[in-house]
Design a protein around this ligand. Structure first.
Ligand SMILES: Cc1cc2nc3c(=O)[nH]c(=O)nc-3n(C[C@H](O)[C@H](O)[C@H](O)COP(=O)(O)OP(=O)(O)OC[C@H]3O[C@@H](n4cnc5c(N)ncnc54)[C@H](O)[C@@H]3O)c2cc1C
Length: 509
């Protein structure tokens, strides 16, 4: 039994079946993978390595990837660099951050198998034809309550990075797709899956709309939904992730491809969606990239949160108040105070993204960023708080009293409003003053269909929808409430791991 809610919009309504006479081509294979993103590419390649015939249907003109970090619990590469995580500690923390709305068994599948998936991926991307160089991300939030741990891998110097793409996921997906093609995996691009084929209760294939007409792919071992997230469908977000609609900025590319197609196909086949509202990956990067930790003010010139918060928390604090942006205030002592603050906080949008043996934030980097922000208008500067308020367009009296209280608290070493750690209380008194405009952006909505640890789609009662699987953001159960920035890049990490594990399982099943 599916759990389609009658209050949901028209997106949940099953369309009429495609007339048989409009199907111009049929392909038979063992596995049909819908979507050539990171989870689909991993699943297709792993299944093909086990000797299965695989067809991949992809909506876009080419495979897709974005972002840099692929977060796993461990890898041989991490071992060699001397970094080790305690999976039990991570599990406890993950479950706490997800309010235990995640599926503990899925969390443990990631904890147990992400190392294998990453070792496998590193072995591929470092082959001479790809020549990518793995590296760890060392720009981690060092808070006492919110913290991040090592595990985020990136790939530098690969063919896609050399073309200007962000080093990381693009080279991973490119290498997996290329290897899959070498093993005979068929990729049909510009071919969105629009319908699942069913034989009795079992899903046996999918129909894609191609430029030449409809193509039916029949898959004897299974159909894998790897179609990504719902963030590109405002209608679905309104029902399942309302804060994503409020955010207004969505950074996903290719635009129009993350419209929850797999979620709908799964629902219409009898699968159930995990309970909403869906968790989201939110980063405060909609305007200026960095925001640090000093004083944040809203459009009324008032402080609204403890600035010592993780990146999701900063974004949600704004969205809850219907704010699409805020101002982060720094003063002329930023060259000294930012490096000190990073010892207690940091992470992306505060420190500089860097590898373990590279320098992080430096005044030279900060200078360049500020200059570019001033040029683009995302940063404003003034010699007095009064003029800064005018440049921000906030009431100057309110801003003056906010600043006065903040500075008094900073001198006293006690945040009387939001209890920020005293190590992060720095008076803002030295001109010139700067205001950095920052705001929340959605990267992905990471909720999906209910699945078991076999990645098989489940109905509302926990029964399997035979023949149908979901991985990546089409699948639910990994998070709940919020995306835990515990191991940065764990969205890619879980997508990779579950795609890899499913490919392997389809071979043995
Ligand atoms: C700017 C940006 C940066 C990011 N950086 C990071 C990061 O550093 N680390 C991290 O962990 N996460 C990051 N993310 C999130 C991450 O990209 C996704 O969570 C991740 O790619 C999900 O993988 P997936 O395989 O589920 O889906 P996707 O990678 O989204 O792939 C889904 C694929 O399915 C295709 N598709 C959709 N519908 C159909 C259909 N009907 N038929 C066939 N194909 C279809 C799509 O075109 C797409 O190619 C970032 C997101 C953005 C927007």
């Amino acid at each position: 039994m599916s759990n389609i809610d009658p209050r949901w919009g028209s997106w949940a309504k099953r369309p009429d079946p495609i007339p048989q006479d409009q199907i111009v081509k049929e392909i038979r294979c063992d596995v049909a993978v819908l979507g050539a993103g990171i989870s689909g590419a991993a699943c297709a390649l792993r299944a093909a390595q086990g000797g299965l015939s695989v067809t991949v249907l992809e909506k876009a003109a080419i495979w897709s990837a974005r972002g840099g970090n692929i977060g796993v619990v461990g890898s041989s590469y991490m071992d060699a660099r001397g970094y080790r995580n305690d999976p039990e500690k991570i599990a406890r923390e993950w479950i706490a951050r997800c309010g235990n709305r995640c599926d503990e068994e899925l969390v443990w599948l990631y904890l147990d198998r992400s190392r294998d998936a990453m070792d496998w991926l590193i072995d591929i991307v470092t082959r001479p034809e790809y020549g990518a160089r793995p590296e760890l991300q060392a720009c981690l939030y060092a808070g006492d309550t919110y913290y991040e741990v090592f595990g985020s891998h990136r790939f530098f110097d690969g063919p896609m990075a050399k073309k200007g793409m962000r080093p990381g996921a693009a080279d991973a997906v490119y290498a997996m797709v290329t290897e899959a093609e070498k093993l005979g995996v068929r990729f049909l691009y510009r071919s969105p899956a629009v319908e699942l084929v069913r034989d009795g209760g079992r899903v046996t294939g999918a129909v894609a709309r191609s430029e030449d007409g409809y193509v039916r792919v029949l898959a004897s071992k299974g159909v894998v939904l790897a179609t990504g997230d719902i963030g590109g469908s405002p209608e679905m977000c309104a029902d399942l992730a309302p804060l994503a609609v409020r955010c207004g900025v969505n950074l996903y590319t290719p635009k129009g491809c993350n419209t929850g197609d797999g979620h709908r196909l799964g629902l219409w086949a009898g699968g159930a969606l995990e309970d909403g509202p869906f968790p989201m990956i939110l980063h405060p990067q909609a305007h200026f990239f960095a925001n640090y930790c000093f004083l944040f003010v809203d459009g009324n010139g008032k402080r609204f949160m403890n600035e010592d918060n993780y990146i999701q928390g900063k974004s949600i604090a704004m969205l809850r108040r219907h704010m699409t942006c805020a101002w982060s205030i720094i003063d002329g002592s930023w060259r000294e105070t930012i490096p000190v603050s990073i010892r207690y906080g940091g992470g992306i949008f505060w420190d500089l993204d860097h590898a373990p043996d590279e320098p992080g934030f430096t005044p030279e980097v900060g200078e360049k960023m500020l200059e570019s922000g001033l040029r683009s208008g995302k940063v404003v500067t003034a010699d007095t708080p009064q003029k800064l308020a005018e440049a921000m367009g906030v009431p100057s009296d309110a801003f003056a009293s906010t600043l006065a209280r903040y500075n008094a608290d900073a001198h006293a070493g006690k945040d009387t409003q939001f209890g920020k750690r005293r190590e992060l209380l720095f008076p803002l008194e030295k001109p010139p003053f700067y205001a950095l405009k920052f705001g929340p952006a959605v990267l992905a909505v990471v909720g999906g269909l209910k699945v078991g640890t076999d990645m098989g789609v489940r109905d509302e009662n926990g029964n399997a929808v035979a023949g149908l699987y979901a991985v990546g953001n089409a699948a639910g159960g990994r998070y709940g409430v919020d995306y835990p920035m515990l191991i940065p890049g764990n969205s890619h990490g879980t997508a990779l791991t579950f795609g890899y594990v499913l490919g392997e399982q389809l071979v043995s099943g």
